[in-house]
Design a protein around this ligand. Sequence first.
Ligand SMILES: Cc1cc2nc3c(=O)[nH]c(=O)nc-3n(C[C@H](O)[C@H](O)[C@H](O)COP(=O)(O)OP(=O)(O)OC[C@H]3O[C@@H](n4cnc5c(N)ncnc54)[C@H](O)[C@@H]3O)c2cc1C
Length: 403
Amino acid sequence: MPDSSVDFLLIGAGIVGLAVARELKHRHPAARILVLEKEAEAGRHSSGRNSGVLHSGLYYAPGSLKARLCRQGALEMAAYHDENGLPLNRCGKLLVPTTPEFAAQMETIAQRARENGVRAERIDAQTLAEMEPETRSATGEALWVPETAVGSPVEVIRTLAREVADKGVEVRFGAALAQVEPGRAILENGESITFGCAVNAAGLHADRIAHQFNAARRYALLPFKGLYWKLSPAAGIRLNHLIYPVPDLRILYLGVPPTTATDGAISLGPTAGPAFGREQYRGLASVRLPEALRMLRDVGRMFLRNQDGFRQQAGQEARHYFKCWFFKAAAELLPRLRPEHLMPATKTGLHPRMFDRETGSLLKDFHLEKSQNALHILGVTSPAWTSAFPLARHICDAIEADA
Ligand SMILES: Cc1cc2nc3c(=O)[nH]c(=O)nc-3n(C[C@H](O)[C@H](O)[C@H](O)COP(=O)(O)OP(=O)(O)OC[C@H]3O[C@@H](n4cnc5c(N)ncnc54)[C@H](O)[C@@H]3O)c2cc1C
């Protein structure tokens, strides 16, 4: 097969790969840009399987990339919905303490919101009852975050794939990167492509691909499964806003919040229990034994170290694999919920957490790593969908800083 040659080679047509392709085309209109996507269409993984929440950015450590990019990202993602006529539900979010001990934590979050420039107001029991009669707060109070919204991830990724193609980026589906040599990529079909700069935006495979470039060897994927349940319309529960429990910031446990999608359907979740396969959405067919054992060992290491309350978080999240425990967590936010109101959902995601073998802990922030002629994007967990456009600019700045 003849060699082809491009200036920029992107691996992965998720929201990050496509947003970077769009930004690169904007900065370098004459450049030849190719996006490789192993699946038949964009959005088969995290970018099409998420909750679609445009997060406001209030939880993240001030100064972190997540804190810096999320707020701006939410504004740009909302504008992208508007410009393309995509449904967006500007519903805002309520944070409610599920036990009285979380009252103090609410003040910490309000303070963090101020530091991150996010609007958040404390509301009293009467206002909460008027705004959201279906929920309960252990103290009566809640935190109101008006800027949070729910968008349309599947429509966004399809629109973005069309947009970059219209602008002259080649997006090739069914094209999996198999192997890397210096300045050259070999696809699974044997085709060879030379490139000036490669951008690894391969999500759940980003560590594996980085290792092929001899980069980021200290990081290895640890997938965490994001399961959802659907709320049966028979429950008669209608919600006006997103509702989240006040999280324990130490472990950032976000519970199983109800989200009203833009079509009005309510889902609960996602969970974040350990998984043992890169694409283990259902069953065990995709689990590869040597890698599963490596993942088990890394989870075991974190369990023993127990940094950031990992044991508590892992225990809580593992329980959510069982409907009875999931229901218990959901009912803390929706007291009228009954087990029979939960219906199985087809949507399942996998959070691509990266385990740092040197520190024995998980990456908390987005992380870029350079190697010769290549940039690798790791730790692209929530709120990367919200942050995609400013994150893409940050990535392009990093590429140019290297040039
Ligand atoms: C359950 C869940 C809920 C979430 N909810 C939210 C939310 O509400 N708000 C928010 O902001 N974020 C949310 N997120 C996070 C967000 O969805 C992700 O951070 C984001 O989609 C990551 O995008 P990505 O482009 O890095 O990865 P992906 O969307 O996974 O894209 C990577 C692409 O690379 C391709 N690829 C991999 N290997 C190869 C190869 N060898 N050759 C070619 N192509 C390859 C894959 O097929 C894939 O399409 C959620 C995530 C999950 C899992």
